[in-house]
Design a binder for this molecule. Sequence first.
Ligand SMILES: Cc1cc2nc3c(=O)[nH]c(=O)nc-3n(C[C@H](O)[C@H](O)[C@H](O)COP(=O)(O)OP(=O)(O)OC[C@H]3O[C@@H](n4cnc5c(N)ncnc54)[C@H](O)[C@@H]3O)c2cc1C
Length: 566
Amino acid sequence: MEILLNPGRLDRPYPDQRSREVMRKTVEFFERKGKRRLKEDYHARVWYADFLEFVKRERIFATMCTPAGYGAPDARWDTWRICEFAEILGFYGLQYWYTWQVSVLGLGPIWMSRNEDVKARTARLLEEGAIFAFGLSEKTHGADIYSTDMVVTPIDEGRYTASGRKYYIGNGNEAAIVSTFGKFAGAGDYVFFAADPKHERYECVQNVCASQNYVSEFALSDYPLTEADLLHKGREAWDAALNTVNIGKYNLGWASIGMCTHALYEAIAHAHNRRLYKMRVTDFPHVKRMFVDAYARLVAMKLFALRACDYMRAASPEDRRYLLYNPMVKMKVTTEGERVMNLLWDVIAAKGFEKDMYFEQAAIDIRALPKLEGTVHVNIALIVKFMPNFFFAPVELPEVPRRDDAANDDFLFRQGPARGLGAIRFHDYRRALATYDVPNVKLFAEQVAVFAELLATAPPNEAQMQDTDFLMAGGELFALVVYAQLILENARIYGIDGDLVDQIADALVRDFSEFALQLHGKPSTTPEQMRLCQRMIRKPVHDARRYDAVWAERVLALDGAYAMPT
Ligand SMILES: Cc1cc2nc3c(=O)[nH]c(=O)nc-3n(C[C@H](O)[C@H](O)[C@H](O)COP(=O)(O)OP(=O)(O)OC[C@H]3O[C@@H](n4cnc5c(N)ncnc54)[C@H](O)[C@@H]3O)c2cc1C
């Protein structure tokens, strides 16, 4: 079974007709639009009114982005179907994904709010085809959202004015509601409020980016607010910001997966049918190697992101493991996406620049994903908090099955306080590493055992703990352990054959060696830590039969499997 998306064969299981219909209609919209127009609009930076018209006509965002109970019976917030929807949008263009994604972010603080009037209005607006925006970032503050300069000043009982500017806010031109983050004057408590871009005191200043997306700078000057416009106050506003990003950042991995998948179809079709020196380009051993690596990495990205979905859907106040896994979808899957594109681009070379290739836009746009909604660094800094419990205090937790049921993911909108990450407990990662009896998984488990030994016997000292450069290198090794764990858990669930799992683990072994070498080279690494890093550097086991099987049965099988109509 091929796990990668093929729009010509949408065979993912869904418990209801409407979910299938959303995927099918979305694919049909793009296939009808065709590659020529898709690319023309991209190059001319045309606002995607046709896509939004389709979304409105078919009630797509209403179905996908209204939690159960607020909209039509077919509406629910269901991360299982959201995955594939995000993947399809990324497959046809990051710009289409982006207008949806920033709507998701804008909806986060609304659906998390106790303001039932705004929620009822939002549900109506979604039915009418509205889009939304998330006004968190500011020009001068970047990731430091503590320093917001959007100030809400109380006037009298229940009345306020808001003044300040926001920067990089997608959909800030056309959104029905911009969920805007700021601070109360004086006390400095945080606040989230609903702003209306049509209001005369909302100035849409500019599109900061030259793209089909409208990534706005907007300014509010004495923008009037009443209690009815407020979504959250104080600690809850802060939590709503972080909890919204928890939901949203998961979708970035799916954009990457969709983009790489489309690029892979184009790349294999080009390379396998191009002849140089009386042979196919794919006959070069290094080309074959790059394709096998790209394919294995892409399957790994998808297995990981799918498994993270299960944990997001199973999350509860008692089970917050998703807070490790979804930043990983954001930082690891998206950086792997860049790597896949690099491999493919090295193969197809000049073809990857041509204006009528999907590849050309994906090669540029995929760079955005590791950088948005918290950079890779921010996410590594976040996940290292989980390391002690992950390695040294595993607990028995209920096994999470594949979550493809038609549930509404209620918990995502009542995640509670964003703090307390260091107390979250995990199940034993060694179990997943022991499930596959293939050489490279075993080798990887040995590398991980040495890393755990380093943490136990030569842990980072006080100065190293303060050195974010050192922590990043250690964080990459940790991330790879978590990545491998969920990939292997899901390989079982999806019945991935041993050859492909071994090929994926071949890449994991190489990556682990690479990160170990980086840690080894940091200025402050101690001799004992260096010795352990050297023991982590291992050569993967090569098996010509396995490699040829993955190449012939998996990668080459994609030649001609899909091409977007022109
Ligand atoms: C096209 C686009 C669309 C966007 N859409 C939206 C949107 O709709 N709504 C919205 O609110 N924002 C949006 N953003 C903003 C974006 O999410 C943030 O700007 C981004 O997450 C932070 O990037 P920055 O360049 O501001 O980095 P900065 O915060 O300036 O960081 C500078 C450097 O410091 C590092 N750093 C910062 N903090 C830490 C830390 N705690 N630990 C370790 N390293 C750290 C970073 O990794 C980076 O290398 C968008 C941005 C772009 C470009």
